[in-house]
Design a protein around this ligand. Structure first.
Ligand code: UD1
Ligand code: MG
Length: 450
């Protein structure tokens, strides 16, 4: 095993009581992805040889979410962060590389920061520190552990707030909890920690002073506060979400997307948007949306699991549900819902329509109020609408049904049988006219009016 190999231990055994949730804290989503999976995503670039998650209660939930992406070990009871890392000893085996210790509820870290920590830990000049701690300077130092540096700026110790003197509490450089440790020493150091402190816990943070006593050096890498914020409550979850959304908006605008009112557009972790796309106010992107170049998404549209192809236009007030595929230059207008349907190039579904389990051919025009009746209460059925077909307003297409290419359906029809290409199909009652009837009716009624 190479000493530059990396293993990651993610601590997530805390009870998370402040979330008041039956869902494990680290599974609460940010931008529609569980925070633990955000952390996993960030790790990909570092290519760790092992990933271990330490959990207390809620093991099955965590397991179900991460699958085989990481090994899970249980810490029961929870005797502190140092004790939690000790739980990973067996899983790490004789691992000799770098051990990166993360918190499952600190998911906003960037790849750059994690890389900087690993790089600091593996300096090639023979002065590599045994422990690298990720520090930050919060606006409010709250109850964070404080980083005590010596005159040369090296880390001497971490003092927990509860155990700190008034003088030590003046220190503004705080411990994020994230560490990179030399795997050859980690468990020797952990064996030395005790729980004789204000909390009666085994503090991981104590390994810094112990390493110093052994003549090892320790170092600090600093990160902005917003990267190391921990999520302990719904309020902090919302704050983290706001930071995440702001990052994504900045990213998309930098990539050539116009957001008319950025603060009102919500993205998911995997939203993909091309260049010269214009997005109006109050647009929501659920998971799995791909928007190609030159698309306009008008205000108040809600998209999830959908593809919007080059030059298409969506909304305002449109809803694209999973497997909606809006073709090049197609138009989805206001109060239109599309689910599991392909709308081919240039087709128009402009107003008040439901298209589900359907295929709409290129250039077809779907009139206002058209409904594909795809569900009989038991099963779903498909509707095929041919190229260039014209569906009159307020038509019900009762699936399974095929409308041939170029066919015209008269407005107000309820179509239950297939329609041939280029045919006209009308199913409504024929129009009658009774000349003068309305005038006669009015004068008769007037006479009897009480
Ligand atoms: C810890 C640090 C503190 C730092 C702060 C940053 C220690 C002793 N203190 O304090 O210096 O400023 O984080 O937020 O490490 N956990 C377990 N098992 C346990 C205890 C905790 O897995 O027995 C996990 C929690 O799920 C959480 C993380 O470790 O992900 C931190 O635990 P927490 O109790 O929040 O530590 P703090 O007291 O805040
Ligand atoms: Mg904490």
């Amino acid at each position: 095993m190479n000493s530059s190999d990396l293993a990651v231990v993610i601590l997530a055994a805390g009870k998370g009581t402040r979330m008041k949730s039956s869902l494990h804290k680290v599974l609460h989503p940010l931008a529609n992805r569980p925070m633990l999976l955000h952390l996993m995503d960030r790790l990909e670039a570092l290519n760790p040889v092992k990933k271990i998650v330490v959990v207390g209660a809620g093991k099955d939930q965590v397991q179900a979410t991460i699958g085989d992406q990481a090994e899970i070990v249980v810490q029961e009871p929870q005797l502190g962060t140092g004790h939690a890392v000790q739980m990973a000893r067996e899983a790490l085996g004789d691992f000799q590389g770098n051990v990166l210790i993360l918190y499952g509820d600190v998911p906003m870290l960037t790849e750059d920061t994690l890389m900087a920590m690993v790089t600091a830990r593996t300096r090639a000049d023979g002065k590599a520190p045994a422990v690298v701690v990720l520090g930050f300077r919060p606006q409010d130092t709250k109850a964070y552990g404080r980083l005590v540096l010596n005159e040369s700026g090296e880390l001497e110790a971490i003092i927990e707030h509860k155990d700190a003197t008034t003088e030590q509490r003046q220190i503004t450089l705080c411990n994020s909890g994230i560490m990179a440790v030399d795997g050859r020493m980690l468990f020797d150091l952990l064996e030395q920690i005790s729980n004789t402190n204000a909390s009666g816990e085994y503090y991981l943070t104590d390994i810094v002073a112990i390493a110093r006593q052994r003549g090892q050096s320790c170092a600090v890498v600093e990160a902005p506060e917003e990267e190391v914020m921990g999520i302990n409550s719904r309020k902090e979850l919302a704050e983290a979400e706001a930071i995440f959304q702001a990052r994504m908006r900045d990213h998309f605008m930098a990539e050539g997307v116009t957001l008319l009112d950025p603060a009102t557009v919500y993205f998911s972790y995997d939203t993909k948007i091309g260049q010269d796309v214009v997005i109006g106010p109050n647009v929501f992107f659920g998971p799995g949306v791909v928007v190609e170049d030159n698309v306009t998404i008008h205000s108040f549209s809600h998209l999830e699991g959908a593809v919007v192809r080059e030059g298409a236009s969506v909304g305002p007030f449109a809803r694209l549900r999973p497997k909606a595929d809006v073709g090049r230059k197609a138009k989805i207008g206001n109060f239109v819902e599309v689910k599991k349907s392909v709308i081919e190039e240039g087709a128009k579904v402009s107003h008040l329509t439901y298209i589900g389990d359907a295929h709409v051919g290129a250039g077809a025009n779907i009139g206002a109020g058209t409904i594909t009746c795809n569900y009989d209460g038991f099963n779903k059925f498909r509707t095929e609408i041919g190229k260039g077909a014209f569906i009159g307003s307020n038509t019900s297409l009762v699936a399974p049904v095929v409308i041939g290419e170029g066919a015209i359906i008269g407005a107000g029809s309820v179509v239950t049988r297939n329609v041939s290409g280029d045919a006209l199909a009308v199913t409504r009652a024929e129009q009658k006219e009774l000349g003068g009837w309305a005038a006669r009716f009015r004068s008769k009624q007037q006479k009897h009016k009480k």
